[in-house]
Design a protein around this ligand. Structure first.
Ligand SMILES: Cc1ncc(COP(=O)(O)O)c(C=O)c1O
Length: 382
């Protein structure tokens, strides 16, 4: 028999998963590893979310829903735009997705053809690059080279070199935590519009900014595609539930592709997610703990030699320049895990060119864990 292998399957592995596998192996051997490697909240979903799921499970059948999601959830998401951003979005423009990960697939498939050039920032979330590469889209990585976020000028000069069809950015960003200030966001979107470049704004870390209020890209353009998720602020990573706000013209193409790719997002998670917007008091307490962790790491990591490579404006990440300690962050992360029992993510996943100089620490864990991790790193580095 012939085993057929496509070139598309030949994407980069997610190197952080190797660190994670090693951390899990050590944990299984009874080693008390502190994981600052994974980008997920350590808290469960809010109680009212879990209760809604329990009621739905008990009531019986969980089935397919409309491909674009349960009308009640789409209305709840539209309500969130009204309450949080003071922006009117009709529920018809909202597509509920299997996490934001599925939203990327749907957006890329509906917006771009193979060979189209789409810009992303480096460092950036690796799945953007990997999904686009698998779909045959030409990924144009714009090296930020020390600037915290993608500027309008970056976009204009990449486009001048060879025209772009789209741009994708996140604010707050993974791995840097950087937030694009309002004026710069406006300039970026207006520049994209002027140059005929389609915009995708990944807003998965909204509600997790520590300095400025959230501004959605929708404030500067009705035709941007916004992607968001219940994974991060709402502590629902494993529920695999997210959403998109789409320009009207994209709704039907996304619906058609979603019908065939996924049929629908899981109904149980959709029923539960309706309640998530009511859990603000609880979720703000979780965020306050991240802010407390952030204060600690912002002070202590640079003192230990982990220079901050970007301002810790949002999300729950510290992105550090480790070139004072190593020029191979992958090997360094492995050694740190084995000897100090602290897991963090090497920068390679986020930036194939410069990543060897960087590491990402997630501070979504408990405060006690952060205190202990810092103490272990200090002992180890001595
Ligand atoms: C910037 C960014 N976007 C999207 C995702 C994917 O999240 P999910 O598919 O759980 O919504 C992540 C996960 O870490 C992320 O960091």
């Amino acid at each position: 028999m012939v085993v057929s292998l496509s070139r598309r399957g030949d994407v980069e592995p997610f190197h952080a998963m190797d660190v994670l596998a090693d951390a899990n192996r050590l944990k299984a051997e009874g080693v008390p590893v502190i994981s600052m490697a994974v980008g997920q909240p350590s808290d469960p979903a809010p109680a009212i979310v879990r209760e809604a799921a329990a009621v739905a499970l008990k009531a019986g059948r969980i089935g397919y829903t409309d491909a674009l999601g349960l009308p009640e959830l789409r209305r709840a998401i539209a309500g969130h735009y009204r309450d949080h951003y003071r922006i009117e979005v009709t529920p018809e423009r909202i597509a509920v997705t299997t996490g934001s990960s599925a939203a990327f697939n749907l957006a890329f498939l509906a917006m771009f053809d193979a060979g189209d050039r789409v810009a992303i920032a480096a460092p950036g979330y690796p799945a953007y690059r990997n999904i686009m590469a698998a779909l045959g889209i030409e990924v144009v990585e714009i090296e930020l080279e020390g600037t915290a976020y993608l500027h309008a000028e970056h976009l204009a000069s990449a486009h001048a070199e060879k025209p772009l069809k789209g741009v994708l950015f996140a604010s707050p960003a993974n791995p840097t935590g950087a937030v694009i200030p309002v004026d710069a966001l406006k300039a970026l979107i207006e520049t994209a519009d002027r140059l005929g470049i389609a915009v995708i704004s990944d807003e998965i870390y909204h509600r997790l900014a520590y300095g400025a209020p959230d501004t959605t890209a929708l404030a500067f353009g009705r035709d941007v595609a916004v992607i968001n998720s219940f994974s991060k602020y709402y502590c629902m990573t494993g529920w695999r539930i997210g959403w998109m706000v789409l320009p009207e013209k994209l709704v039907r193409p996304v619906e058609r592709i979603a019908q065939s790719l996924y049929i629908s997002a899981p109904e149980l998670s959709q029923v539960a997610a309706i309640e998530a917007f009511k859990a603000t008091q609880h979720l703000e307490a979780v965020k306050a703990r991240y802010a407390w962790n952030r204060e600690l790491l912002m002070k202590r990591l640079p003192e230990l030699g982990f220079a901050l490579a970007a301002p810790m404006d949002g999300a729950f990440y510290a992105f550090c320049d480790v070139s004072r300690l190593t020029n191979d962050s992958m090997a360094f992360a492995g050694k740190m895990l084995k000897e100090a029992h602290v897991a963090a993510t090497p920068g390679r996943d986020f930036d194939p060119l410069q990543g060897h100089r960087y590491m990402r620490f997630s501070y979504a864990g408990s405060h006690d864990e952060m205190v202990e991790a810092v103490a272990r790193l200090e002992r180890w580095l001595k």
